[in-house]
Design a protein around this ligand. Structure first.
Ligand SMILES: [Zn+2]
Length: 231
């Protein structure tokens, strides 16, 4: 018997997981996998579970609305990229693409593919941000790198390869700028310390004293960035 909850025409599966030590029913929402998980005692009546699921409805809706808001960037309003405000405006007479003009992004061309242009622009933006920052921090610790690459990895925010390539996720452009800055410090420090030893964290701290806050931000709020959508 499988359960699900329908929200905005979307079917959210409910996974029922009986657990040895659990004495009552508990529900949580796994935002990354968009799944509701219910732990139950090993033995329970179907009716009790059904009632529990029913009682949970208002709670479920609250969770879904809250997490949905966090993932959606409304392109008809100002939105932040590395803490700078930008707004998209149509410019059908201009050449195809997204053209930065102060804090206005002019969307050129007839029936333009807004998401594709936006993604390209954000990747360029992220590339120049992380290149400049990586250069600066590299100089501070007397280490150089071969190149900066911008990726969209679901599992990591950045990496530093043994050949000296620094990779960053473009999604960090939508994090608070100091969080993106921390990630940059983190990867650049790997040029010197290819591990997460106390020595590595000391080096990170010397360049970014509040790094623990930013690390926490990524752990707690980073999942919204991974699910980012534009409307
Ligand atoms: Zn690391």
């Amino acid at each position: 018997m499988t359960h699900s909850f329908t929200f905005n025409d979307k079917k959210i599966p409910i996974l029922v997981q009986p657990h040895q030590r659990s004495k009552s029913f508990r529900m949580r929402y796994d935002e990354i996998n968009e799944t509701l998980k219910v732990t139950t005692p090993i033995f329970y009546r179907k009716k009790t579970l059904d009632n529990f699921l029913k009682e949970c409805h208002p709670w479920i809706i609250k969770q879904l609305v809250r997490s949905h808001d966090n993932w959606v960037i409304d392109l008809s309003k100002y939105f932040k990229v590395f803490d700078q405000d930008y707004k998209i405006e149509l410019a059908p007479m201009k050449k195809k693409g997204l053209w930065e003009n102060g804090n206005i992004l002019e969307l050129g061309g007839q029936s333009p593919d807004i998401k594709a242009y936006l993604e390209k622009w954000i990747k360029q933006k992220a590339h120049s941000y992380f290149s400049e920052k990586s250069n600066g921090y590299g100089e501070m610790i007397h280490k150089s790198f071969s190149k900066v690459s911008i990726r969209d990895s679901k599992t990591r925010w950045g990496s530093c390869s043994s050949t000296g390539t620094l990779s960053y996720s473009w999604r960090l452009a939508f994090a608070p700028e100091e969080v993106a800055n921390y990630l940059c410090v983190h990867e650049v420090c790997h040029l010197k310390e290819m591990n997460h030893s106390p020595r590595f964290w000391k080096l990170v701290e010397s360049l970014c004293p509040d790094y623990k806050d930013h690390k926490n931000w990524l752990r707690k709020d980073g999942k919204h960035l991974q699910k980012l959508q534009f409307k």
